[in-house]
Write a protein that binds this ligand. Structure first.
Ligand code: UD1
Length: 358
């Protein structure tokens, strides 16, 4: 029996881990035993705990409880805690997801102890080193043993950086596995809190949008115009960081057609996506989920690592520019994206575990 340690810490990682944990439990329980380590990067129930319950993810064996902090401090506390556990317990490999500070800490701690590192969602590049996530994903890729790329673009990025042979593997995207599995369940159990009249789903959490008041104001102003002049309801589940920044900006109250609600659960998010007309977001995960659900998207960033969605005409980049956001929202509202084919066959989790075991 092989033993693997999975590192999670931030909201999108719980969702990705669900796909893999279920495959291990349902299909490979005799060959692979998984322990989960939660770094504690996200700690509110709305950002963390309820995902474990809703998605039936095994409870973490360890929780480092690092909480919020500067990037250096947060990552250092995680490195320290993960190393202690790797020194105490023998694991045959360590699994990390995506590009958060938890990913970076797990990958670095394991590689220094020569524990094989498996990186799920490898090879993504925004080519913008000002994003903390870009630094995290580059470092994680370069210390990993096996790199699981969700798209052919990611495979190409890895090839360009010198990864050759069998180290980089096109697995497809575990988030597609989840959207296919959970969408029907989400629509059946959709909570009454999600509007049933046409609406735009908006989310903002990236530090380059929340921590620059002029960018956040410009995005909010576009949402106000959509709500007031275009009469569109804007459904706005709000990340804790964004809430703090809006509260401290002392701006005029937002129009009532902008409905601010606490962060949604995963099933609520899927239900909201499936019922929305259009998505406005700076989240990498939500861009993709919108595409998987056939919803057009306006990306509130200057660039995206999910270039295939823009190339397919299913999303437009608008940065934090009010006019560009409004033009893109008008154009994208008229589009029904086709079903994606670039993100694998919906069985990425199984492909990943088969390769790890092999
Ligand atoms: C992190 C990831 C980002 C991912 C996002 C998903 C990094 C560098 N970024 O960004 O890639 O898309 O998670 O949400 O790892 N906070 C709370 N309660 C919580 C969690 C956070 O109040 O449960 C507040 C804290 O004030 C904290 C701030 O949100 O300082 C930001 O949290 P942090 O984990 O630093 O980064 P995210 O913006 O969530």
């Amino acid at each position: 029996m092989k033993r693997i340690l999975t590192i999670v810490g931030a909201r999108p990682q719980f969702i990705k881990a669900a796909a893999i944990s279920h495959v291990i439990r349902d299909k490979y329980a005799g060959q692979l035993q998984e322990d989960i380590l939660h770094t504690g990067q996200h700690y509110d129930d709305a950002m963390s705990g309820r995902f474990f319950t809703e998605l039936d993810i095994p409870l973490p064996k360890y929780n480092l409880g690092v909480g919020s902090g500067t990037h250096g401090r947060q990552t250092a506390l995680m490195l320290n805690g993960i190393e202690d556990i790797l020194l105490r317990e023998r694991y045959d490999g360590l699994l990390v997801y995506g590009d958060t500070n938890s990913t970076l800490a797990g990958a670095v701690a394991a590689s220094k102890l020569q524990v094989p590192v498996y990186h799920v969602e490898a090879g993504l590049r925004s080519f913008n080193r000002a994003m903390p996530e870009e630094v995290n994903r580059i470092v994680a890729d370069h210390v990993s043993t096996l790199l699981f790329a969700p798209t052919q673009t990611a495979m190409q990025n890895l090839e360009n950086e010198g990864f050759a042979g069998s180290q980089a593997i096109f697995s497809g995207d575990v988030m597609l596995d989840n959207v296919r599995h959970y969408s029907p369940i989400a629509l059946q159990s959709a909570s009454s809190s999600i509007p049933d009249t046409p609406f735009v789903l908006a989310t903002v959490h990236r530090d380059f949008n929340t921590d620059h008041p002029e960018r956040l104001k410009s995005i909010l102003s576009a949402l106000c115009t959509l709500a007031e002049q275009h009469g569109t309801e804007v459904f706005f589940p709000i990340h804790p960081r964004t809430r703090q920044r809006i509260d401290s900006m002392r701006i005029a109250p937002l129009p009532s057609r902008i409905r601010i609600v606490p962060p949604l659960s995963y099933l609520e998010t899927l239900a909201a996506l499936n019922r929305s007309q259009l998505v406005l977001t700076d989240s990498g995960g939500l861009q993709k989920e919108a595409y998987f659900c056939g919803r057009p998207c306006v990306i509130l960033r200057p660039e995206t690592e999910w270039v295939e969605i823009v190339e397919a005409g299913a999303a437009m980049l608008a940065d934090a520019d009010e006019q560009r956001i409004l033009v893109a929202a008008r154009q994208m509202s008229e589009i029904t994206p086709s079903q994606p084919s670039q993100f694998g066959d919906g069985h990425a989790a199984d492909t990943i575990i088969r390769h790890i075991l092999a």
